[in-house]
Ligand binder design. Structure first.
Ligand SMILES: [Fe+2]
Ligand SMILES: [Fe+2]
Ligand SMILES: [Fe+2]
Ligand SMILES: [Fe+2]
Length: 325
């Protein structure tokens, strides 16, 4: 082995993965919660809507995607080093106002910087130059995140107090309905983490090995092709999570931030495909149920949204099916 890797070292890198997964979900849900907050403050402060809300909402989504990419790069590195990358996220904290989003962001980024300094030191000590270079690059980006959040810490913004009287039209959105919608959010989070991890796991040596002359010539094997597909699919799942959580917040609910079912990665391409088809299958079954329930309650927007999402889940299912042996 190029560098001597200990279990503690892999654990340390996995702490970084857990943080990245956390903030990715955290920033995405804050971004989608923005819609709701925006509506609430609109009558009192039109200026705020046009400036702060738009600005923060936009960069939170950008950050969320960047953090998922960080998680991916660190996972990839862990697999290269022969370790197993975790699928467990540290607990996201969403908050109820822009001010809270900013403060939570500052906190999360400061903690990340501290951890990454430790990793940069440790990788230098081990002579693991690649990991060190990777974390120095990530460190730079986290610093930018931190500075951005710091700009907004002073924003005056009341926490979102629970409303007294619920409007008549909102009464169709009961707790059991939110519970159902949250199953969808949780399953999207699960798919995002599972596919990201599998996408990176394809960089494990055993999965990179070429078995046929064709694989050698094309410099690609099945694992790498599936890995590329997974990347495309998980970006779409991010989009689904965005839509679903935005809808939940808008209707006055709170969005789930834990993946459910728990992501399972699998050991080889065949296992990936089987697990992923199962995940898509379960999502399709669940979303059909949601469509039916939305129809019953007269919630046309949610119904239409899930009808669109389900088309993509079916496409995912068949995409995976193409590579099943
Ligand atoms: Fe990050
Ligand atoms: Fe960050
Ligand atoms: Fe999805
Ligand atoms: Fe899907």
């Amino acid at each position: 082995m190029a560098v001597k890797i200990t279990e503690e070292y892999i654990d340390l890198l996995n702490q970084a993965v857990a943080r990245e997964l956390q903030v990715s979900v955290q920033y995405m849900l804050q971004h989608t919660k923005m819609e709701k907050l925006m509506k609430k403050t609109l009558p009192e402060n039109i200026l705020l809507d046009k400036t702060t809300y738009d600005a923060i909402g936009k960069f939170l989504k950008e950050f969320s995607i960047q953090e998922m990419k960080h998680a991916g790069s660190i996972m990839e590195r862990i697999y290269y080093l022969g370790g197993q990358a975790t699928t467990k996220a540290t607990k996201p904290i969403i908050g109820n106002s822009l001010n809270e989003f900013a403060k939570l962001g500052v906190e999360a980024e400061e903690e990340a910087l501290e951890l990454y300094r430790k990793i940069i030191d440790e990788s230098r000590r081990l002579g693991d130059h690649e990991t060190r270079a990777l974390f120095r690059k990530i460190y730079e980006e986290e610093e930018k995140h931190l500075f951005k959040f710091q700009e907004y810490v002073e924003v005056f913004d009341e926490p979102n107090e629970p409303e007294g009287e619920v409007s008549e039209w909102l009464k169709i959105y009961t707790d059991d309905y939110f519970e159902l919608l949250n199953k969808a959010a949780a399953s999207e989070i699960s798919a995002i983490i599972q596919y990201t991890n599998q996408h990176e796991k394809a960089s494990l040596l055993v999965l990179r090995k070429k078995n046929t002359p064709l694989e050698v010539i094309s410099e690609q094997n099945r694992a790498q092709i599936v890995s590329e597909l997974l990347k495309k699919v998980f970006m779409q799942e991010m989009d689904h999570l965005e839509k679903i959580s935005e809808r939940i917040y808008l209707l006055g609910g709170e969005t789930a931030y834990n993946p459910s079912p728990l992501p399972i990665v699998g050991d080889n391409v065949d296992a990936f495909l089987k697990l992923d088809q199962q995940a898509e299958n379960d999502a399709i079954v669940l979303y059909r149920k949601i469509i039916e329930e939305a129809l019953k309650r007269g919630d046309t927007t949610t119904r239409k949204m899930f009808e669109e999402i389900i088309l993509q889940e079916e496409e995912h299912y068949w995409n995976f099916d193409e590579y099943v042996k």
